[in-house]
Design a protein. Sequence first.
Length: 365
Amino acid sequence: MEKMLVSPSPQIRDNISTSKVMTHVLVALCPALAMSAYVFGGRALMLTGFCMITALIWERLCNLIMKRPDSTKDVSALVTGMLLAFNLPVTMPYWQAAIGTFVAIVIVKQLFGGLGQNFAKAFDVQFVNKENKLEYVWATSWGVSTRLMGALIMTHSDDNGLVLPPHLAPIQVVIIPIYKNDEQLKQIDAKVAGIVTKLKALGISVKYDNADNKRPGFKFADYELKGVPVRLVMGGRDLENNTMEVMRRDTLEKETITCEGIEAYVQNLLEEIQANIYKKALDYRNSKITVVDTYEEFKEKIEEGGFILAHWDGTTETEEKIKEETKATIRCIPFESFVPGDKEPGKCMVTGKPSACRVIFARSY
């Protein structure tokens, strides 16, 4: 097997230790732990502590059996235990939680990868460090990857291509000239230069595309496909009238605006686009949430897809029954209220037992 070499650039390197990084993660998770204790009671704290301790024990035992250096000092086992506990129902028996930490630590982490250099050593993945020597890469897992890009595309884009939120767009404004000859292009260049300077002074990323190897129509379609939030166009008539055509990517609406104060107009427009696409996505999500009170109605509505708000008695048995019969699972227990009364106590749709509030059900695909 050939070695995979990764050059130092563009990786970000730091002298911070793994244990310090993991400690920072634990501190960052503390508010979630406090909230779980507030919502689910002391049992949540006990289960979390149990998972953290057993994860640490499994890792230490694995190190001793496999005659490896003690890796418990990097604190990653505690992070694994806490994250696992966050995904378990508070009613789960401790022996089942212990099996979960065993699988997470021994099988997944120690035997088949995990944080640190386990994966890199198994597959011989190295990079050239600043001393020009080969070194195994250090792996971390934050759960943030191309899945976020996929979610961004699915949530906001349309048939014309990407629709990027202005706060995330690498290019927020593109300016395209339309000209008849080189002399007119020079005049437009001079006019646009001042506008570009004013936009950049406001912290707006802008690109002036006056390349002559592509026609304006191609550029329009290309930047729409790439999701640039705002497009400004200046032609010969615009130059004479001191105006520019402004098109917003989210609605594809166009209007002609005077160049005087256009930088402030564009700045406000970007914020308007940001708010508009967020509201559009939020309204769409809320339109897919259905409230049901009976299990029969639940079985009917779950076939239509989307999210369902229903009362649940908080037991693993009821959740497993619903999953077995409908393939739907609890996606989250929302903090916010979606409909009037959904945070009020009620009766479980399956058992009729008391329910603290409605929860979100859906099928995973």
